[in-house]
Write a protein of this length. Structure first.
Length: 256
């Protein structure tokens, strides 16, 4: 795992240069995420049911209704994520579904761990108000993607520690980049454009200095419109599939 290697690399560099007292500060700014690859879906009916996917149409069982007047963001097969789940935030198996209203302020999520054979492609429901219309609905349906997690692990080091490093700062950055190549990003608060648009784990994309609760940990992030992101957090660090998943996950929109 790149995250463990990065932590060890940091500690070794700091110890070699008599800077071990800075270890906690640097580790706090180091984040692990999955910057997954996506592939456009031409025909929803040709894709296996229950796979991880963005947008398009969800694969739902009869026990879960497509929430009205909401957009489908994506579904994630936990078994596909689990090999990379170094924080143990996801269940071993099952599918997580994410929906949001057009403003980004109201979110819904569901969890299903039953037979894949009971899933079916579910169309958008008719709106509760006949006069209402989701302007982005067609775009979301057509912009369907499958997800691959192969070789998508990424470490992100947020800036803010450079002054304490003194003259060693540039040497440290150079050695990090030489060792990890494109598997590490070093960014400041004004360099979000270098950050992945959609990712799992990582650090929240807060544009207006929002804050999460102390007991919440980052689960995943979606780009939502051109101006913002929806960050999803899990309470107490780990999703418990034996409890109501919706009560354990909170979605927070942040925009410019």
């Amino acid at each position: 795992m790149y995250y463990a290697k990065a932590k060890q690399f940091i500690d070794d560099f700091l110890a070699k240069n008599q800077l071990s007292e800075l270890s906690k500060t640097v580790h706090k700014n180091l984040h692990y995420c999955l910057d997954y690859d996506i592939f456009h879906i031409e025909d929803e009916t040709e894709e296996p049911l229950g796979i991880s996917k963005l947008y398009g149409l969800p694969h739902l069982p009869d026990s879960i209704d497509f929430p009205p007047d909401m957009l489908f963001l994506g579904q994630f097969n936990c078994a596909e994520i689990k090999p990379f789940d170094i924080f143990n935030r996801f269940p071993e198996k099952g599918i997580l579904y994410f929906f949001v209203d057009e403003t980004g302020t109201e979110t819904e999520c569901f969890f299903y761990d039953g037979p894949v054979e009971d899933l079916k492609i579910c169309p958008y429901p008719d709106p509760e108000d006949p006069e209402s219309f989701l302007e982005d609905q067609e775009e979301y349906i057509e912009s369907a993607y499958t997800i691959s997690f192969d070789d998508t692990e990424l470490c992100i080091l947020s800036r803010g520690w450079e002054e304490s490093f003194g003259d060693m700062s540039l040497i440290f950055i150079d050695e990090l980049k030489q060792f990890f190549g494109d598997k590490i990003l070093i960014i400041g608060h004004d360099e979000y454009y270098e950050f992945p648009d959609d990712f799992i784990f990582g650090a929240p994309r807060f544009w207006q200095d929002e804050e999460k609760d102390e007991n919440q940990e980052m689960l995943l992030c979606f780009k939502f419109t051109e101006e913002g992101n929806i960050n999803y957090f899990v309470e107490d660090g780990t999703l418990d599939p034996n409890k109501d998943v919706c009560e354990q996950i909170e979605g927070i929109y942040s925009g410019t």
